[in-house]
Design a protein around this ligand. Structure first.
Ligand code: CA
Length: 535
């Protein structure tokens, strides 16, 4: 008997395990197409994790699903697509900024305590949150604390006051407390923008994003109130934008602020989850783990210059995957023993991964996503990567509308205003759902494997150096009584791998096409670009 896990019918809870005799595990996978990529001897039934390990789906609401036909995605649209998200096999969603903002991306906040009307109402948010929790999905919100919008009332009040001051007169915080909320000065300097009347304000990213004065007690009190407002609503945590910019020239000060905010959040809800964006080199972002923050995005493995892409392109050996993982696990653990790695492969600031591999028939795109989703911790998947969407160049193109269908316009979004026409390479979701070897089916399978093995989520990576080579990576992970051996073939040709003693059950495979995996007399035959989980 083979496990059946239908794309369309199977929610996680409905994935029904079949009792599979040991003997049935050895032969090549046959019959049911989906089963060729799914479990051979183990039920793939992702458990809702008790901790914050798992997988998170990053959603740009603007481009995800439009519920009311105005061309802009919205919160009701996300709620309508929850069955899809749940079925994909993630445990959490990250909503990119949903607060009122003058920009389409909304990283410049005009009010931290309400919902942008383009996306809906607070009632829509409450409904979405309740629906997510009902489906066992956690929800984290994007919080940009480094800066606000120039349209935030704090900035507007400070601006009005400063422009009204007689030239040369010093501002009086008693007359306008908001002059302390930002960094104003009377000298031109790099990173500062002219306000008029001889005043300049700090705006490191863009003139529309004035940097907050995070040292101000009043600003800290405002931030504390924002965190409490959303956590008390039941939000499960935050994704923190631009950590390295908190104090642009001082990592210690940025770390101190993050430590303060982490303490605030954990003081309100100890199990709230925080993941931070410190877009810098690994040694530098590892330091931010000293704050006690749960997770930091693992930039080293991400994007078209990261470890994953380098290996799949053949520029680095397959062995580097396990070696790099083991090294970073030691590094992050030395800063915060309770850390949860936050691997991601792409995000809204990076070119879509389907463009990384020239002349790829989808195999390399799949394998790379497999490498990403086999990393421990809380893996972040950017919407649309599960179908190999395209989009590169300017930011708008990286945030193109979710490609649900090329025949059914329901829910399709128009995308960011200045987006170029983004030409897709792979079929839309509705077609990929019919294909047992689509990128979508591969990613869904990878997510279900990920959620089914606590050792994959939580175990430390131990490279099996004797089995590793330029195109072969083998390692173990253990958690509790569970030990898994993972073998990855990064070459297009099949590989024969003599497995260590005790690894005799082929438990799950991730395959890019019909070529099967086989375990006979202790030797694993792994097809090109194949991944096997052995117990
Ligand atoms: Ca809409």
């Amino acid at each position: 008997m083979l496990l059946l896990l239908g794309c369309r019918s199977g929610s996680r809870a409905e994935a029904v395990p079949s009792a599979v005799p040991e003997a049935a595990a050895a032969p090549a996978v046959t019959a049911e197409p989906l089963s060729q990529m799914l479990a051979l001897s183990k039920a793939l039934t992702p458990q809702a994790p008790a901790d914050n390990c798992g997988a998170t789906y990053e959603i740009f609401v603007y481009s995800f699903f439009d519920s009311d036909g105005d061309g802009i995605g919205d919160l009701q649209g996300v709620e309508q697509q929850l069955p899809y998200i749940e079925d994909l096999g993630v445990s959490q969603i990250w909503l990119m900024p949903i607060f009122p903002s003058p920009t389409y991306h909304k990283y410049d906040t005009a009010d931290y305590l309400s919902i942008d009307p383009q996306y809906g109402t607070m009632a829509d948010f409450d409904s979405l949150l309740a629906a997510c929790h009902g489906a066992g999905l956690r929800v984290i919100l994007d919080l940009a604390l480094n800066h606000t919008s120039t349209e935030h009332p704090w900035f507007q009040a400070a601006r009005e006051y400063l422009l009204s001051l007689p030239e040369g007169e010093q501002p009086d915080p008693a007359a306008c407390p908001y002059v302390d909320y930002y960094n104003f000065q009377t000298q031109a300097a790099g990173g500062y923008v002219s306000l008029g009347n001889g005043w300049y304000y700090e705006a490191r990213f863009w003139s529309g994003m004035p940097d907050l004065n995070l040292s101000s007690a009043a600003v800290q009190a405002e931030i504390e109130a924002v965190a409490a407002f959303w956590l008390n609503k039941g939000v499960d945590g935050f994704r923190l934008d631009a950590l390295t910019s908190y104090y642009t020239d001082s990592r210690p000060d940025s770390i101190a602020f993050l430590a303060w905010f982490t303490g605030v959040v954990k003081g309100i809800r100890p199990n709230a989850y925080l993941v931070g964006e410190a877009w810098t080199d690994q040694a530098a972002y590892a330091d931010y783990y000293q704050t006690g923050i749960d997770s930091l995005f693992d930039f080293r493995f991400a994007g078209d210059e990261g470890v994953i892409c380098s290996i799949v392109r053949g520029n680095r050996s397959a062995a580097a995957y396990a070696q790099e993982l083991a090294a970073e696990e030691a590094l992050y653990g030395s800063r915060n023993p309770g850390y949860i790695n936050a691997p991601f492969y792409t995000n809204h600031d990076m070119a879509r991964s389907a463009g990384y591999y020239a002349y790829d028939d989808g195999s390399k795109t799949k394998l790379a996503l497999g490498l990403h989703l086999l990393m421990p911790g809380n893996a972040f998947l950017y919407y649309g990567e599960e179908i190999g969407m395209r989009g590169s160049g300017k930011d708008e193109n990286k945030r193109a509308p979710m490609y649900w269908s090329d025949t059914d316009p329901t829910g399709l979004c128009q995308g960011p205003p200045a987006m170029d026409s983004v030409k897709m390479k792979f079929p839309p979701l509705d077609k990929q759902r019919q294909d047992p070897y689509s990128i979508y089916t591969y990613v869904k399978t990878a997510l279900h494997i990920r959620g089914s093995f606590p050792a994959i989520l939580r175990g430390a990576t131990v490279p099996l150096d004797d089995l590793c080579s330029d195109t072969l990576c083998a390692f173990t992970r253990s958690y509790g009584a569970e030990e898994v051996f993972i073998c990855i073939n990064t070459a297009p040709e099949p590989a024969q791998i003599p497995l260590p003693e005790g690894a005799d059950r082929l438990s799950a495979v991730l395959l890019v096409n019909e070529q099967p995996a086989l375990l006979t007399d202790g030797v694993l035959t792994l097809p090109g670009y194949g991944v096997a989980v052995v117990e």
